[in-house]
Design a protein around this ligand. Structure first.
Ligand SMILES: Nc1ncnc2c1ncn2[C@@H]1O[C@H](COP(=O)(O)OP(=O)(O)OP(=O)(O)O)[C@@H](O)[C@H]1O
Length: 299
């Protein structure tokens, strides 16, 4: 006898026992969904920076310099990765490959799922870059520079105005926004560079020695900025020689020497593996143990 219900004849279908076959089908669909969610594409979306077996050789007269060798790492949103190493270890070369400024000899990097070697425009749109050696336009004011950069990246003028206002507050630029860049101090120029790297609101930030030449107050502005980047979910790579500072603000580390990744992990991982407490102690051991030259005969 059909069940009386305002749903009419559909009520029979709704109340009918679900067959074992239907349950099997449902379970296998859910399993497929879960597998898809946790497998490649979704996981890759969670990884904003992915370096895969990056290698770079430079020709240098009749020799070759192996600047970076088979380097792989991932950086997730809201994560600060410290790429550390002595002079000439290959840090800047790695950043240049990730930015797409130089071509790797082999390997590749992905930014937000876009391959650097193939989708370089998409990649550049998604990266902010801060370097101690980036120059400023002497005759422009910070406000003009920030508007100009916003325009280059296709940020709508009204959005650019709002962002410049927000970044000025964040970085204490209000007083200097309309002064010529040529009269700004090193610290003020660096604050403008930090703002410039964020005008297009990229999900990824690469920072090459961002505190070089800065005093304690200037360095603190950079640390606060990095903390801000993490809190808003950016994926950040920082190259620095200030190991004590890196310990404070990086979530994980890659220790490079002669282009090779000698250690990789959180501070706790590295402490467990090396038996050392500080990055400085680990570096001293690393340099003593690993003195392989990076020049090879030309081929
Ligand atoms: N264009 C180039 N031609 C030849 N050799 C290069 C070139 N660029 C970098 N190198 C070499 O590659 C190696 C790595 O250089 P890189 O600038 O990446 O090191 P780094 O870790 O950033 O050093 P630093 O801390 O001193 O800035 C060095 O031996 C350097 O001399």
């Amino acid at each position: 006898m059909p069940t009386p219900c305002s749903c009419g004849e559909n009520a029979d279908k709704l109340l009918a026992p679900i067959s074992a076959a239907a349950i099997d089908r449902l379970e296998s669909r859910l399993a497929r969904h879960d597998a898809g969610f946790f497998s490649s594409s979704a996981t890759q979306r969670r990884v904003l920076i992915s370096a895969n077996h990056l290698t770079k050789r430079f020709a240098n007269g009749n020799q070759q310099v192996l600047a970076v060798e088979d380097l792989s790492f991932d950086v997730q949103p809201g994560h600060v990765f410290g790429l550390l190493g002595p002079n000439g270890a290959g840090k800047t070369t790695t950043l240049r490959m990730v930015l797409g400024l130089i071509e790797p000899t082999s390997g590749d990097a992905q930014i937000h799922g876009f391959q650097v070697s193939r989708d370089s425009d998409e990649v550049k749109r998604r990266i902010g870059f801060v370097s101690a050696s980036v120059g400023v336009y002497p005759w422009l004011t910070p406000r003009e520079v920030l508007r100009f950069v916003g325009d280059l990246y296709g940020v709508r003028p009204q959005v650019a105005v709002e962002r410049i206002e927000r970044l000025s507050k964040l970085l204490g630029l209000e007083e200097i926004l309309d002064r010529r860049c040529s009269v700004l101090s090193t610290g003020q120029q660096q604050r403008m560079n930090l703002a410039r790297a964020l005008v297009h609101d990229p999900p990824v930030m690469l920072m090459d020695e961002p505190t070089r030449g800065l005093d304690i107050v200037g360095s603190q502005v950079v640390f606060d900025y990095i903390v801000h980047l993490r809190s808003v979910g950016k994926a950040v790579i920082v190259c620095t020689h200030r190991l004590d500072e890196a310990e404070r603000f990086c979530d994980s580390f890659g220790l490079l020497n002669h282009g090779r990744l000698c250690q990789h992990g959180s501070l706790g991982d590295l402490q467990d593996r090396t038996g050392r407490t500080t990055l400085t102690e680990m570096f001293v051991d690393l340099l003593a143990a690993d003195s392989k030259p990076t020049t090879e005969p030309s081929i």
